[in-house]
Design a protein around this ligand. Sequence first.
Ligand SMILES: [Zn+2]
Length: 398
Amino acid sequence: MPSLLVDNIGELVTNDAGRGEGGPLGIRRRVALLIEDGEVVWIGPTTDTPSADHRIDAAGSAVLPGFVDSHAHLVFAGDRAAEFAARMAGERYTGGGIRTTVGATRAASDSELRATVRRLRAEALRQGTTTIEIKSGYGLTVVDEARSLRIAAEVSTETTFLGAHVVPAEYAARPDDYVSLVCGPMLAAAAPHARWIDVFCERGAFDADHARAILTCGQAVGLGVRVHANQLGPGPGVQLGVELGAASVDHCTHLTDADVDALVSTRAGDEDGGTTTVATLLPGAEFSTRSPYPDARRLLDAGVTVALATDCNPGSSYTSSMPFCIALAVREMGMTPAEAVWAATAGGARALRRDDIGVLRPGARADLVILDAPSHLHLAYRPGVPLVRQVLHNGVPR
Ligand SMILES: [Zn+2]
């Protein structure tokens, strides 16, 4: 594969802590970056660049690792714009609309679902997202969960079985039977296409006992654990996730001190994040449901590892934009621009237990974003502006 030099980088966010300035962002200035076979192989001063087959001139702008969106629901049919409008007119979000999307998804053809997944994947990539986790969870039958994951796996290796999104209407009177279905034939059909298992552990969805049963079954067949936890109110999700060694607990909007302490405890002696349970915050959901935001400042000050993700889904957060989430996190959740950029790149990588993405150093994947701006600060400073000039995914300009 021909080599590619990205030259004249004004500010390079490496997330290689200890290299360069800016603390964990590891910022280096006036550098170039050489890519071979989809990997970063060299970073050094622009005055000393190696020869390469191709060259991109970054013209003094900022370059950062591609965004890692560790929480998205892209396999669905239909939309819920009317529900959004009703909510903005004063109705409260309860999560009940998920069943509307389940009906539409079951009725859709494979090619309709595939077209939606590909459209949203492309939309995210244009905004700088080079890795995106994709959940099932709108099929809720053996066949529909398996096909959701099969289609998701066509565009991402980070696929998550979320058969326990809600109890579908036909099982409303017998949730225990639905949990048995999820742990039995549904998991067996889903697992070959999934890396992770997830549960919506919330009042009105799955309680701690059901969630533990489902997550443990997933672990037994080799799936990693993630949990939708403490979104709509306080609950057992965060501490259950920690107990099971989850890579991430997601939402974390309503936390007790014990929840925060449990998350902090997972960082003990874990410099590289290999056993850390990350708190993944999804501010698009609070924005789209007009709800109070999670307190990122409290988590960061306590020493919890924080990630940002979109929660892209048709009901409660229909955005695929990581820059939008960065801007919300800074404006509404007490994060500094540097913390938000780290959380949207390296934080997302930790939430997926990956060390080859969310970072730019020799050996890392050449997933990077060239901004139309001189600094990463502009992602929060200029909200809503399309600042992504070019995206390289596996070293290939997209
Ligand atoms: Zn979600």
